[in-house]
Write a protein that binds this ligand. Sequence first.
Ligand code: UDX
Length: 428
Amino acid sequence: MIGTGYVGLVSGVCFADLGNEVICVDKDVDKISKLKRGIIPIYEPGLSELVKKNYKAKRLSFTTSISDAVQKSNIIFLCVGTPTKKNTNAADLSQIFNAAKEVSRNIKSSKIIINKSTVPVTTGDQIEKIISKKAKKKYFSVVSNPEFLREGEAIRDFTFPDRVIIGTSNKKSNRILKSLYSPLISKGAKYINTSRRGAELIKYASNAFLATKISFINEIANLCEKTDVNVEDVSIGMGLDKRIGGRFLRAGPAYGGSCFPKDTRAIVDTGSKFKTDLSIIKSVIRSNENRSKLLLLKVSKILKNKIKNKKICFLGVTFKANTDDMRESSSLTMIPSLSKKGALIKYYDPTGYKNEFSKNKNVFNCTTIEEACFDADLIIIHTEWNDFKSLNYKKLSKKKNFIIYDMRNILPYDKIKKDKIKYFGIGK
Ligand code: UDX
């Protein structure tokens, strides 16, 4: 496994747990030395235990040497980052091309090179070209095998995927990969063999579609607020139609994370490279960018346009629950904007202090929920951690007329109403 980020580390550990011998490679010396000592670089429930178990069983090892790892392996997964290239919407493929170059120098026997990183359609062709400069064609095949795991649910998503997508026309590689994934297939995962380009596009199209679903319900939620309808009823009513499906219809703040924002931009960029106008995805990106502004306007309205010196508490700041990841979190737009307007902000996140707010005036991290909520005029539930679902907010705030803005609709609406708490949710 080349690259020990989310995808590389989780997939590597899970493959080891299925009984394979796995070598995880990363250039980052400090990361590898920590992993060897059982220190995990990311927050992911269950991952630490699984790393320790498989490391002890000697099925899992860590190294900084690509050459050593490649020579010892039959199957090589490329799991490096494909961030957005500076000042563009395109995916920066330099890490993947560099990894391909390094792999190519070490191919002395038959290898399957599998790209698991999210890459624009036709990248596999370019990887093949790079590798064939140094290695004989008969010794390798380049396959696309996108990964669909979610942060916070990564181990479960890897172990029980809806589908395994293998993009290759090479029959031998397909047979070997089917056998590698057979423990997951026997538990119900569908195995799909398609073209390499097809597999690459399936990944982007899936993420763009899920982002579309979220933006769609977010806009419907806006209409619900104007028409006194509860968006949760709409989600349930729509979702029961099997053609639509109920998942990813939770209205909330702008979607964030390391994938949806980046991948929607990248597929639009790929579209324009191939002279295809992906107008739906373009408007999803716009809708999502507007969402944080819209929610900020609502905060302003809730506080009757008096934000200066108002005590605002943020519960949760990460882009979703069960992760410490702040990438593209809507709190990164909301908190600085409210701080600029003179609000006094305290935040609490179960994953602790966030450096991202260190330069914002009057923004303080709290180590307990009690400290964060105490004396607040407005409590914003920004992330849907379980920790926030059953609290006695009246007791916590101490302020008589405090308000709750539940951006994830996680509080029991009827009880909150009964307790006469001034409450605002999303789409209700
Ligand atoms: C996503 C994809 O789900 C996964 O398949 C892919 O491999 C990587 O990108 P992830 O970014 O970990 O996974 O999180 P996800 O659970 O999909 O949520 C992404 C964003 O959408 C979050 O901000 C989340 O809060 C938001 N979301 C999700 C909603 O607002 N409503 C929903 O119904 C679902």
